[in-house]
Design a protein around this ligand. Structure first.
Ligand SMILES: Cc1cc2nc3c(=O)[nH]c(=O)nc-3n(C[C@H](O)[C@H](O)[C@H](O)COP(=O)(O)OP(=O)(O)OC[C@H]3O[C@@H](n4cnc5c(N)ncnc54)[C@H](O)[C@@H]3O)c2cc1C
Length: 440
């Protein structure tokens, strides 16, 4: 039997329903990526149908349902034909609106990772996300791509490929030398509109959080911040898992009806991919028409973080962390943990209870409202293992827990558990390490 010719579903164009606009403040104009809407003196939209691509963003944001999609009589005939075919094929009947949304979603393909950097120096989280993205693409059977935006950033394209990207979209121009929200979100929205990725991953750093929020808002799509797990379900949706309700439960969130599905992930949550310099990939160079004079924010001076001195501890980058909780009883007892950390070439971290007691500064806090760490060894001393602490350290390679309460939840994630008093166990560990090195 001859196969039926595939018909392209018409998208229509947006049209104002006269008399319904409430002049809400130009939400429709702000939602339009194609500059197809301008407001008139009465605060009502004037839609340029030549520019409209039928994306329906304005229809969705209008609080007064004052914008509808218009289809020409020919387009209506095609829609009727598609509906008849689908009915014959037993496809569940859906509204024109729903069908258009589903058709639009299907146009989006591929997993994208935004490569964060500071004047060309990459943020490690970007490579971790390429590792996580590779797992997602395997399940979806699509391409893994990276997005590099900056000034003289060719090295980052090559590194992206070495970390697993098969395609790199690069925008290289002096206007992107420093990160500025406006320039970067516009550049990403330009690429998304043109190439339509189904998933976009960004590091949950200060920069990433700022950028992801701006992009998701402009694209009117869903964004799950601070994910600790990513997976693909049977229908191909991105399962975005993150702590919710103060960290008491883990919530899995889906972006069902909009694209791309956006998620931010904290550094050190995902493992690094294998780095292979021999990998080959395609580099697609794009130019975005953004001029310096159009960007409101100017970078006058870059001031180094005052804390980046000798006393600054890189908890997130440490390979060994000796962390103390309320069980350490007092501020001065952290000297004992420092001794153990020194023996192991590590640093000292802590729980929030310790920060609240003012025994340690907040930059040493591990957990949901502190740092997320992934050291080779994490030694938890007198820490109960509340979920808010666990989400910040449970991906560590080896977890050693010392607690006098054998029921403490920390033992559920521990590789090795020592039930005992920290004030006996830790000195014994220090002594044992010294002896094994012949130091005594
Ligand atoms: C929204 C929100 C965000 C939060 N964010 C974080 C976060 O980022 N990081 C974080 O850590 N917490 C966070 N918390 C707090 C968290 O819920 C816990 O209260 C906190 O982690 C408990 O710290 P702890 O384990 O040191 O203290 P406790 O829960 O009091 O545990 C002390 C442990 O020490 C053991 N112990 C006592 N004496 C000894 C001894 N001599 N030898 C051995 N063991 C001993 C006890 O058996 C006990 O298990 C957050 C809470 C909320 C609501």
């Amino acid at each position: 039997m001859e196969e039926e010719k595939k018909i392209k579903r018409p998208r229509g164009v947006a049209r104002l329903i006269v008399g319904k606009c409430i002049a809400c403040g130009a939400r429709c104009e702000a939602s339009c990526n194609k500059d197809a809407i301008e407001m008139n003196a009465k605060g009502e939209p004037v839609i340029n149908t030549a520019k409209c691509i039928g994306c329906r963003k304005c229809v969705k944001v209008c609080p007064a349902e004052a914008i509808e999609m218009y289809f020409t009589p020919e387009e209506q005939k095609i829609l009727a034909e598609i509906a008849a075919r689908e009915k014959k094929a037993g496809v569940k009947e859906v509204s024109t609106e729903e069908a258009a949304t589903l058709a639009e979603i299907k146009e989006y393909k591929g997993v994208w990772v935004f490569v964060e950097h500071n004047e060309g120096v990459p943020a490690v989280v970007s490579w971790e996300l390429l590792g996580a993205g590779a797992e997602l693409t395997k399940k979806l059977g699509v391409e893994l791509c990276s997005v590099v935006i900056g000034d003289k950033v060719e090295n980052l394209c090559q590194e992206s490929i070495a970390c697993g990207a098969s395609k790199v979209y690069v925008i290289d121009s002096p206007v992107f030398h420093y990160y500025r929200t406006e320039a970067y979100y516009k550049a990403i929205c330009y690429l998304v509109d043109k190439y339509k990725p189904e998933i976009m991953l960004i590091g949950a750093t200060g920069l990433g959080r700022d950028l992801a929020g701006a992009v998701a808002t402009k694209l009117s799509t869903g964004l799950t911040a601070d994910c600790t797990g990513l997976a693909i379900d049977d229908k191909g949706f991105l399962l975005q898992t993150r702590p919710a309700f103060g960290g008491n439960i883990m919530a899995t969130i889906l972006t069902e009806r909009t694209r791309p599905q956006m998620a931010t992930v904290r550094p050190h949550v995902m493992p690094m991919p294998t780095y292979d310099k021999s990998r080959k990939g395609e580099i697609i160079r794009e130019a975005v028409p953004i001029k310096e004079e159009e960007i409101a924010a100017k970078v006058l001076e870059v001031v180094e973080d005052a804390k980046s001195g000798a006393e600054c501890v890189d908890l997130e980058g440490a390979e060994v962390i000796v962390s103390g909780g309320r069980g350490m009883k007092a501020k001065e007892n952290f000297a004992l943990l420092q001794q153990l950390a020194d023996e192991l070439g590590g640093v000292v971290g802590c729980s929030r209870a310790v920060v609240e007691a003012k025994w340690m500064p907040v930059d040493r806090q591990v957990g949901q409202t502190g740092k997320t760490v992934r050291p080779k060894i994490y030694i938890a001393c007198g820490i109960s293992g509340a979920i808010q602490h666990l989400v910040g350290m449970q991906s560590s390679d080896v977890i050693i827990a010392i607690n006098q309460d054998k029921q403490a939840p920390i033992f559920e994630v521990a590789t090795y558990g020592i039930v005992g008093d920290v004030f006996q166990v830790v000195p014994a560990l220090i002594k044992g390490i010294k002896e094994s090195r012949g130091k005594t």
